[in-house]
Design a protein around this ligand. Structure first.
Ligand code: IMP
Length: 177
């Protein structure tokens, strides 16, 4: 692994996560319980920081879908469910938490899947968004940062399982991919 300069420092990320948590705390102030559904694996660090800043009652669930690597051998357009949430989402207030929205296919797939579970409400939260790569439009209710079309790592995001625990976000130069 090589040393990468930060694109977003720990301080910058922290400030933005605090702002997002503040908005969620305001928006769900009157709700008895919020369900955060984190999309594995990339969202686990973002979700843990965000959840610990919430003052509204909440529980945490995880869901896992196929990654690019495992998609290539099958239908390259499809997203596959690898692990479902443990409890029913019927009548719940759900916030789906992603690390990054790239083409939008994963989030669009998960929204269709979870909306069919009849939650009372469902919103989306993503730390990062690459609008230049959009193939499926999805609303991101709580967005951290918009970035250009490059591969980013750190703060949960990986490249072939590497760099996930880098404490900041960095661009991985093309020559290292
Ligand atoms: P989408 O379905 O194309 O929006 O892809 C979303 C998923 O692709 C994310 O949840 C990540 O797992 C992965 N991904 C897309 N871009 C990046 C990146 O720049 N770094 C790390 N993972 C990425």
């Amino acid at each position: 692994m090589i040393a990468l300069p930060p694109l977003m420092s720990e301080d910058v990320i922290r400030t933005r996560v605090e702002q997002l948590a503040g908005r969620i705390n305001t928006d769900y102030a009157n709700v008895s319980e919020l369900v955060l559904v984190g999309v594995l694996t990339g969202s686990f660090i973002f979700l843990s920081d965000l959840a610990r800043l919430l003052t509204v009652p909440h529980r945490v669930e995880f869901i896992a879908v196929s990654s690019y690597g495992s998609r290539e051998s099958e239908d390259p357009e499809s997203v596959r469910l690898l692990m479902d949430v443990r409890r029913s989402l019927e009548g719940e207030h759900v916030v789906l938490v992603e690390d990054i929205v790239d083409t939008g296919k994963t989030l669009a797939y998960l929204m269709r899947l979870l909306e069919a579970r009849r939650p009372d409400s469902i919103k989306t939260c993503s730390l990062l968004h690459k609008p230049g790569r959009t193939e499926q439009e999805v609303d991101i209710d709580y967005l951290g940062f918009t970035i250009s079309d490059s591969w980013v790592v750190g703060y949960g995001l990986d490249y072939a399982e590497k760099y996930r625990t880098l404490p900041y976000i960095a661009e991985l130069p093309v020559e290292y991919r």
